[in-house]
Ligand binder design. Structure first.
Ligand code: ADP
Ligand code: ZN
Ligand code: ZN
Length: 783
């Protein structure tokens, strides 16, 4: 008798263990699926049926049942309703994720299922459920090919459409859709031609989002046509790149899940190192997975990989439509894809035989998922690589403190440095501009004299500038000069952002919107001052500045890139192209411009406000500030022309800013590490952030207090030396979208079994109706 362990696809904590079902002896019906690990199955559950995923199979002699299971009570699986989505390794990973991140098992298994959904049970009417197939699946295109009677076929004189189609087919096969676009309705003509054997019509799988006739797109499985890639030439490696590659190859050949941190300044050629490391892993018959921050997944980035590995590259990110992602997922499962380039979720695609996992811009916050399971891609990659005997490559110009620390302490982590740019160009000089002094000197402009002068010089000479407006923890708001009142969102505890255009106040979190009051609602004073500046306002001021600058003037375009201008599909790309195409131009944007931009003629980078993030009450604020300034500085002077960087700040003396300006990481760490050690933050401890939220403030507070009692007792009994639970407090963002948020932080020594101690407590805890609780293990911030 065979038994299946099944995770029910019902996301509640109470159901959080696999259930055992018997596997029917009879083989699947024709066209049906076999019950195997990784497939979705329909099983009896209470008075109805439910969908679940098979995570294990066990064969036992007749009459026996798995330990702890009463054979008489085991119910049989109704039937399998999908092919296998994952294998035993995927099942093991889901189990591990669930334990490590204290997440519902179903949410972890879901990571491995195809984009566009899985079969699910829906309530059709009271008491009646039915199985619904996922809406997204494969699509076919109809293709027209020359038939047996094609050669020598002469259309009749007045058969114009026939003649046109036959003529078009001389150049090779075509999609029906293309013919229709060119010649109008073609189906009856095609039917006639097909009857005479002049053409054949064939159905072929279409890869959405990658029309095979678009240059640079891969043919994909089942699609036809030669794939026209622009091959990326393979330069001889610099000495630094060669030793990085050697370290990666050695780690890979040891096959023990080792990590190589490629710590290379911007433009040092890290991507070239990845490309050649991947080439080696492919030559060894294995595959590679490359993770890139979502925002850097541009056609250029993908193009570099396709230029080297052609149509064996699959791409996966959230800006693609569900259909496109489904096609790529299926392409990976088919085994034809050898390299996957994608955002963090690409880790869970069905890529077989992975030999190398690359994580570019390893320090990026977007590698941590902010909903269950709250995994960190770096930690998952290391776990996967150990299991698979693969290697992990982490790349960054500003590695996370955790990664640097692991390299220093763990012999399985290796650190290689690329201190110079691949083209030998120097890193641009960075000048810190003290805005407090400017202000003291009577200037009220958001552009310092030094920055204005630099803009004038570079733009007048026909070169380009990038300006960064740091927007995290910063937005424009109203403040009453008489009583200090700041308008806040009624449902979130955040000040409302002022929008010049339209004169309204808006909440960034929930979208609440009101007209800006002409006078203070508290005291009636008309002196409501606008504080801070959004990108719109900076753009307006910049326009005025440029228009008044001799030799620059109104002709110079300002390309603004922020959440407002990049909302639409492809907007991000279009703005970058606009900037690239211009002669002299300014790219003005938020954090999203700090990464990966590689424009040859950018000679000036300005940071308008380097310190706003420093003021965020979070332990990672200094690290983020240092990284951001260093990253954005790297956008200047990447090619022939030398670059310069101006960093405006009200905190010119702050260590992260001074250190970034001097490219002096040691200086930054000397300032930062003692603080982390003293205040007990990573990398010296591990943390779990227990979040408690709900609509009822009192219920949230009570619940958080009870959790503190429970966790303190648990940690006292099962933790030990160096374990700590901090009393519950409101979060920095104490109210968000109408819910009240509290949290408590658990800390333990680096080698402490954080999840192991907390898991039984949370599994045993009864969920409350009004209050939600989530545990964020190894949180990225504590906001
Ligand atoms: P990073 O990823 O470290 O920022 P890139 O891989 O983007 O750096 O490389 C920066 C530039 O240097 C690119 O234009 C790349 O083509 C070029 N480059 C990389 N390696 C070499 C090399 N060995 N010789 C010459 N040019 C190189
Ligand atoms: Zn007032
Ligand atoms: Zn709000």
């Amino acid at each position: 008798m065979r038994f299946a362990s099944v995770i029910l696809d019902i996301p509640t904590q109470a159901l959080d263990a696999p259930y055992t079902y018997a596997v029917p002896e009879a083989p699947a019906e024709a066209g049906g699926y076999d019950v195997e690990v990784g497939c979705a199955v329909l099983v009896p559950f209470g008075h109805r049926q439910a969908v679940g995923f098979v995570v294990g199979l066990q064969e036992l002699p007749d009459g026996e049942a798995p330990a702890g299971i009463d054979a008489a009570k085991v119910k049989p699986v109704v039937r399998a309703v999908s092919p296998a989505y994952f294998d035993e390794e995927g099942a093991a990973c889901a189990q591990w994720l669930s334990e490590r991140y204290l997440a519902p098992l179903s949410s972890c298994v879901r990571l491995f299922t195809p984009p566009g959904g899985v079969p699910r049970m829906v309530r059709a009417q009271a008491g009646y459920w039915r199985l619904e197939e996922p809406a997204v699946g494969e699509v076919d295109d109809r293709w027209v090919l020359p038939g047996a009677a094609f050669d020598g076929f002469e259309p009749r004189k007045n058969a114009v459409k026939q003649a046109s189609i036959v003529e078009a087919l001389q150049a090779g096969e075509l999609r029906v859709a293309e013919l229709a676009a060119e010649f109008g309705a073609v189906s009856s003509t095609l039917k006639a031609l097909e009857k005479q054997g002049v053409v054949r019509i064939e159905r072929r799988r279409r890869m959405r989002g990658m029309a095979p006739d678009v240059p640079g797109a891969p043919a994909g499985p089942g699609a036809s046509g030669a794939s026209g890639f622009t091959p990326s030439p393979k330069p001889p490696l610099t000495a630094g790149q060669a030793s990085a590659l050697a370290a990666i190859d050695a780690a890979r050949e040891r096959g023990a899940g080792e990590v190589v941190l490629v710590d290379g300044v911007t433009g040092s050629g890290k991507t070239e190192v990845y490309l050649q490391a991947i080439e080696a892993v492919l030559a060894a018959g294995r595959t590679a997975c490359v993770l890139v921050p979502e925002i850097s997944l541009t056609p250029q980035t993908v193009g570099r990989f396709r230029g080297r590995f052609g149509d064996t590259v699959a791409v996966m990110h959230s800006r693609m439509g569900a259909g496109e992602r489904y096609d790529q997922w299926d392409f990976i499962r088919s085994g034809a894809a050898r390299v996957v380039v994608g955002a963090r979720s690409a880790l869970f695609t069905p890529l077989a035989n992975v030999g190398l996992i690359v994580i570019d811009e390893e320090h990026e916050g977007s590698y941590k998922q902010d909903s269950a399971p709250r995994y960190h891609a770096r930690d998952v990659a290391v776990w996967m690589a150990r299991r698979a005997g693969a290697a992990v490559v982490l790349g960054s110009a500003t590695p996370s403190i955790e990664a640097l620390y692991a390299c220093a302490k763990d012999p399985r982590w290796h650190h290689v440095e690329l201190p110079e740019r691949a083209n030998g160009r120097p890193l641009p000089a960075v000048q810190v501009v003290d805005m407090a002094k400017e202000f003291g000197g009577g200037s009220r402009s958001m552009f310092s004299r030094a920055l204005s002068r630099a803009l004038a010089e570079e733009l007048a000479a026909g070169r380009k500038a990038v300006l960064l407006l740091n927007q995290r923890g910063f937005a424009k708001f109203l403040l009453c000069r008489e009583c200090g009142f700041v308008p806040e969102c009624p449902s979130c505890s955040t000040s409302l952002t002022f929008h010049e255009r339209g004169n309204f106040l808006i909440c960034h979190h929930c979208g609440y919107r009101v007209t800006a009051p002409p006078a203070c609602p508290e005291c009636g004073s008309p002196y409501l001052k606008k504080f801070g500046a959004g990108t719109q306002r900076v753009e307006a001021d910049l326009r005025v500045l440029l228009d008044a600058t001799p030799g620059v003037g109104p002709g110079v375009p300002i390309v603004r890139m922020d959440a407002d201008t990049t909302g639409g599909k492809g907007a991000h790309q279009r703005l970058l192209e606009e900037f690239a195409a211009a002669d002299a131009a300014v790219l003005l944007g938020t954090q999203m411009i700090a990464k990966g931009l590689d424009f040859e003629d950018v000679t000036l980078v300005g940071v308008i406000n380097a310190d706003t993030m420093l003021r965020l009450p979070d332990y990672r604020a200094a690290e983020r500030t240092f990284a951001l300034v260093e990253q954005v500085a790297g956008r200047a002077g990447r090619a022939e022309l030398p670059g310069r960087v101006l960093v405006q700040t009200y905190e010119a003396d702050a260590a992260p800013i001074r250190a970034a300006a001097a490219y002096d990481r040691a200086l930054f760490l000397r300032d930062e590490l003692p603080k982390r050690r003293m205040l007990r933050y990573p990398p010296y401890v591990r943390m779990a952030n227990v979040l408690v939220w709900g609509k009822d403030e009192e219920a949230v507070r009570t619940s958080a207090a009870a959790l503190y009692e429970g966790l303190a007792a648990r940690v006292r009994d099962y933790g030990g030396e160096g374990w700590d639970v901090l009393p519950a407090t409101p979060c920095v963002l104490a109210k968000l979208r109408g819910t009240y948020r509290w949290h408590l932080v658990v800390k333990c020594p680096l080698d402490g079994d954080l999840s192991g101690v907390l898991l039984p407590y949370f599994r045993a805890r009864k969920p409350e109706r009004e209050v939600n609780v989530a545990v964020d293990v190894d949180p990225d911030d504590l906001l």
